[in-house]
Design a protein around this ligand. Structure first.
Ligand SMILES: [Zn+2]
Length: 169
């Protein structure tokens, strides 16, 4: 459909290229066991999951990242791939439930700044600051100090243990 209205573009000029994988940091990174943002707690043929180091007010915040060719949307996966990826996400989410006992889990596929398929798994707690609403740390420009690293490492070890046998080293 051709839209002849003149509207100011708000998304980056190179957005289509980024959706196609140009300069994709999640493809280029090579999935290390740890980076500045997180510690890997899960790895399969189709996904990696990283426990985040930032103190976003939601202890246990993990990001599950599609492993394989560059994919921006879950709609680009085959039905089989989508099913396997969902299994990955649920495996991580269940470990988070067991370890952190949250009041609610938020599973979010956004990718509005980095369009490589990934899912935010965000445990919510009865004392968090945004009851009934999306987690505030998703707001652009939100400040995120680091959690004590030893606490993150302990939690990462426990999550790995809960998903034992799922991490192919
Ligand atoms: Zn990518």
């Amino acid at each position: 459909m051709t839209d002849t209205r003149r509207v100011p573009r708000t998304w980056p000029d190179d957005w289509d290229q980024r959706v196609g994988g140009d300069g994709c940091a999640m493809c280029a990174q090579g999935r290390p066991d740890e980076d500045e943002l997180g510690i890997r707690v899960y790895r399969s043929d189709t996904a990696d999951a990283y426990l985040q180091k930032a103190d976003v007010g939601q202890r246990g915040y993990c990001i599950v990242i599609w492993r394989g060719r560059h994919v921006a949307e879950p709609t680009q996966l085959s039905d089989t791939e989508a099913g396997v990826y969902w299994d990955d996400v649920l495996r991580v989410a269940r470990a988070i439930e067991v370890h952190y006992a949250p009041a609610k889990l938020n599973l979010m596929m956004l990718g509005n700044s980095l369009p490589h398929l990934h899912t935010h798994v965000v445990p919510r707690y009865v004392d968090d600051r945004d009851p009934g609403r999306p987690p505030r740390f998703m707001d652009p420009g939100a400040k995120t100090p680091a959690l004590p690293i030893e606490e993150v490492r302990r939690d990462a070890a426990k999550l790995r243990e809960l998903m034992e046998g799922q991490i192919a080293e």
